[in-house]
Design a protein around this ligand. Structure first.
Ligand code: AMX
Length: 457
């Protein structure tokens, strides 16, 4: 059996019924101010008419099993289907690649456009997207105490720890925290959350670039250009001038942004935000979750694992050698990084679009060929192993190999890039959490003896 699913990207492309855009304004805050009362009303009416409706049942195993499948959160920005993968406000990744505005001469979507889509549900115009690029470029400066803190960190401190600490320390700038301390009306929370969100997203590439240049280069970062897009400014600050790398970054920052609300990073941001911790503190919590090896750090783990594989087996490897290496990983009680998923039950479309990018831009790259070969071999081994509910690759199986190709070989750094992107999804969600007045999150927990009583033992 050949395990690889058909890699024709059109398989993931449902019909585009109608492309929505209802506003010409290039001011996102103004657009949101018009949208929010309508959505508040819709939710109010829905709760009044259906608030008591039963939508599921919970079995004991789900409490011990990481709450898989329990419908317990509202997230407006994206929905994850086990078979089709992520939909950003109803649009699949291939649809976003097609519909979202591009940079001049570029083919990949601008993440700024995706952010507009996540916030509003509308595919933005080029002008609306460009307005976000400009706004973020103007907000990109990082306060001196954060720069100083980053410069003082030992180079042994993991980039994700540096990233999270810098984000936490930036809450000195929080407009939400300031307004709250001055007694702002709760109806205005979303506006201050919006301002913090825009400031924070704008500053993340600068923080990420300082960490990269401090750890792996000369400590100096390039200058922001207000006429360039967010990804172009990011790659310039990182010190990369290959336009294809910038295109990769536009795609990368778009596809890693959001994966509905239950994943560890999104859920952490929502949970901490529900205590009205400001967006900086809430986002830092999400980044600490993203730094876990079963979540975002898997992109680093994949490269570490592949590097060990190459050290052991050399460059040209047979399928049988690969199988043996994979079995050894499993027998030693480890997971195969980059494979499996808590929700998805097919190959991750984020993997597929990175594979498409590789076929287009680096078809002969030896590491890409190895990753493609693994796609043919790993699923059968995982199926035979019989544990993983999903034997197919996830987003992290592919991202490192693309970054390596363009010279970003520092695998410890990869999760920081994931984190910069994740901000788009979890912070646009946080704006909506505040707009809809979602309360403090406080689910009920049970002890085993309490559960036993509940089932009649
Ligand atoms: N290799 C080996 N075993 C795996 C596996 C893999 N890639 N994926 C799942 N399994 C195992 C689990 O460890 C579990 O074993 P256990 O019963 O002994 O505890 C069993 O299969 C059932 O797990 P599951 O229900 O299929 O998955 P899950 O929802 O519990 O976990 C995930 C999902 C992603 C953590 C898991 O598939 C995994 O560990 N994958 C490797 C790490 C990885 O790639 N993470 C990145 C995910 C995407 C992301 O968040 N960035």
């Amino acid at each position: 059996m050949n395990s690889s699913q058909d890699n024709d990207i059109s398989n993931f492309l449902p019909a585009i019924s109608s492309v929505r855009n209802v506003s010409d304004s290039t001011n996102l805050k103004e657009v949101l101010a018009n949208l929010i009362p309508k959505q508040q009303q819709e939710v109010k009416e829905f709760r009044q008419s259906h608030g008591n409706k039963v939508i599921g049942e919970i079995v004991v195993d789900q409490l011990y099993g990481g709450m898989r499948g329990i419908k317990g959160l509202v997230t407006e920005t994206s929905v994850l289907d086990p078979d089709e993968g992520i939909e950003f406000r109803g649009y699949s990744i291939p649809q976003c690649q097609k519909l979202l505005p591009k940079a001049p001469g570029g083919e990949e979507p601008l993440p700024e456009g995706l952010f507009w889509l996540l916030c509003t549900g509308d595919v933005p115009t080029q002008q609306q997207t460009d307005a976000i690029s400009k706004d973020w470029a103007l907000r990109a400066d990082v306060p001196p105490h954060v720069v100083q803190m980053l410069n003082n960190f030992p180079n042994t401190l993991h980039p994700m720890s540096q990233f999270s600490a810098a984000i936490t320390a930036m809450n000195s700038e929080s407009k939400f925290a300031k307004a709250y301390s001055e007694g702002v009306n709760k109806a205005l929370y979303w506006e201050y959350t919006y301002e913090d969100t825009m400031d924070l997203i704008a500053k993340l590439p600068t923080i990420a670039a300082i960490i990269y240049r401090n750890l792996y280069r000369d400590g100096k970062i390039g200058v922001i250009d207000a006429d360039k897009d967010w990804s172009q400014n990011f790659t310039t600050m990182l010190g990369y001038d290959d336009p294809t790398f910038t295109e990769l970054m536009r795609l990368y920052l778009t596809i890693h942004s959001d994966h509905e609300g239950g994943n560890v990073s999104a859920h952490s941001v929502h949970l901490v935000g529900s205590a009205l911790s400001d967006p900086y503190l809430s986002f830092a919590a999400g980044m600490n979750g993203l730094a876990g090896p079963l979540h975002g750090l898997a992109n680093q783990e994949v490269l570490v694992w592949i590097t060990k594989l190459r050290e052991k087996l050399g460059g040209d490897v047979s399928d049988d050698q690969l199988k043996e290496f994979i079995w050894n990983t499993l027998k030693s009680g480890q997971v195969v990084p980059g494979y499996g998923h808590a929700v998805l039950r097919k190959t991750d479309p984020r993997y597929m679009c990175q594979r498409e990018f590789a076929f287009k831009h680096l078809p002969g790259d030896p590491l890409f060929r190895l990753v493609a070969q693994l796609y043919d071999v790993v699923p059968d081994v995982l199926l035979e192993h019989g544990k993983a509910k999903n034997p197919w690759p996830n987003v992290d199986a592919h991202s490192g190999v693309l970054l390596q190709h363009f010279g970003m070989t520092e695998m410890n750094y990869y999760t920081v890039l994931f984190g910069v992107s994740r901000a788009l999804g979890v912070l646009s969600s946080l704006i909506w959490d505040r707009a809809l007045g979602l309360p403090l999150e406080r689910p009920k927990s049970m002890s085993t003896s309490g559960l036993k009583k509940l089932v009649g033992l």
